[in-house]
Write a protein that binds this ligand. Structure first.
Ligand code: DLL
Length: 432
């Protein structure tokens, strides 16, 4: 049994002391350096001096994606811009992304989070770690890369796309650990078969999959098709990126790096903290972050916390696989998509009505997103060439915003169902 560091097996009393110390430090820092937090705390009639231990956590106000939007792009950073060495971003609810910044120390902390996850699945310096998460503004690729290098394994920055080349690299470079979204892992497995190879032609023995919800059935399927053990890893850009929580060999819940992140479960409607073990919205406070230390960040993910000791010896609490979200965010091929982002693009295009329907399917383990948009009556629907050209224009505009490929289908005026209450904008046919 191996751990990356001693904090993973620290006793609860000592951990609580560390957590309280770090929480107090963080609250003071954001109060001093982030005007938005100072205002929020003043409005909630709370002062850093009121926070004496983690027992006081629930007295602090929540942070939401909207706060990051209101202070876009750097308004919530708690250090001078000179100290930021890396910036990533994730989807915002509209055209503007949510921007996150890291100091040198933050990158060190992040690399430890991922090193823990890799060591927990048995990775060593002898491994070739094939990383097929996107490298770019998305935190997946470069984040996993940090952790792979931290444990002195060889990182293979395959990034996303070009499946034929991915398969060649997997075979020829003898990758031993695969990191990507679970749906892409299944797609790779099937493509391997289609190309006339089998799991015996590759050297993989484990995979670290996350960034989207997946089920135990998917896990079994991936394990059988690739001949590996498939592990879960959770993360969120605003908090750090991948590695906020990670599975051990028991594959029964993900250990949250509690010396870096304080978890809570709340009732999403009332904001009240729920009793131990109950399911609700996961809220996380960063206690070892310098660049963007968010306080009580509402992740919108539905999960519960498992407090029973884990036989692996790690004392960090476990979270269950997130079941769903309390907002309307869709995760398409690992990329976060808000319907409002699509709507905003549609509103800029002439000749269509702001009536649309987003249909999501999973075909051959890959997500497909089709956007049906109503034509306004000004364009004769039988003008095929015009319609096709408009579809192409809309497709290009939406793809430029979302960063993933989409299908666009124009439909005749007044054909999309109108709803009397809240408009139904999304039909998600995926069975996960
Ligand atoms: O998805 C970070 C990440 C990269 C995690 C690679 C794991 C691996 P965001 O793009 O900010 O960050 O998306 C965060 O993705 O709130 C969840 O809804 C979902 N999510 C992430 N990991 C899991 C998981 C990255 N293991 C959002 N299971 C989160 C289910 C997950 N959902």
């Amino acid at each position: 049994m191996r751990y990356y560091d001693n904090n993973e097996v620290i006793d609860r009393k000592q951990l609580t002391e560390i957590q309280s110390r770090r929480l107090i430090n963080t609250v003071n820092k954001v109060y001093e350096n982030v005007e938005h937090y100072r205002d929020k705390m003043t409005a909630a009639a709370i002062h850093p001096d009121d926070i004496r231990s983690i027992e006081d956590l629930s007295r602090l106000p929540f942070t939401e994606k909207q706060d990051l939007r209101d202070t876009y792009p750097y308004g919530m950073f708690a250090v001078n811009i000179q100290n930021i060495v890396r910036v990533h971003a994730s989807s915002g609810t509209t055209g503007k992304p949510t921007v996150v910044g890291y100091t040198e120390q933050d990158l060190e902390t992040w690399s430890i989070d991922i090193a823990r996850a890799l060591v927990a699945i048995g990775a060593t310096s002898s491994d070739f770690i094939h990383i097929s998460y996107g490298y770019g503004l998305f935190t997946g690729g470069m984040g996993m890369n940090l952790g792979a290098e931290k444990i002195h394994a060889a990182a293979i920055p395959a990034s996303t796309g070009n499946t034929a080349r991915q398969l060649q690299v997997l075979r020829d470079f003898a990758s031993t650990i695969l990191c990507c979204t679970p749906s892409y892992a299944l797609y790779l497995a099937e493509s391997l078969n289609d190309a006339g190879y089998s799991k015996d032609d590759i050297s993989l023995r484990a995979g670290l999959f996350g960034a989207e919800p997946w089920s135990e059935n998917m896990r079994k399927d991936i394990e059988a098709k690739l001949g590996i053990k498939a592990y879960d890893i959770y993360g969120i850009a605003e908090i750090m990126g991948p590695g906020v929580a990670y599975e051990c060999h028991n594959q029964n819940g993900m250990h949250i790096s509690e010396d870096h992140f304080l978890p809570e479960i709340i009732d999403p409607n009332t904001g009240e903290r729920l009793p131990e073990g109950q399911e609700g919205e996961l809220v996380i406070t960063c206690i070892k972050k310098e660049g963007l230390p968010l306080i009580r960040y509402r992740t919108r993910d539905i999960a519960s916390l498992i407090y029973e000791p884990c036989s692996c010896g790690r004392t960090f609490v476990r979270m269950t696989k997130p079941k769903g979200r309390t907002d309307d965010m869709l995760i398409i091929r690992g990329v976060n998509v808000f319907p409002s982002q699509i709507e905003e693009v549609l509103l800029t295009i002439e000749g269509i009505l702001p009536q649309y329907l987003i249909v999501v399917d999973r075909i051959g383990n890959l997500d497909r997103i089709q956007i049906q948009v109503e034509l306004s009556s000004q364009i004769p629907f039988d003008a095929v060439r015009l319609v096709e050209e408009k579809e192409r224009n809309i497709k290009t505009a939406i793809e430029a915003t979302l960063g993933i490929s989409v299908e666009v289908k124009l439909v005749s005026p007044k054909t999309l169902a109108r709803s009397e209450g809240k408009a139904v904008r999304v039909i998600d046919n995926r069975v996960i």
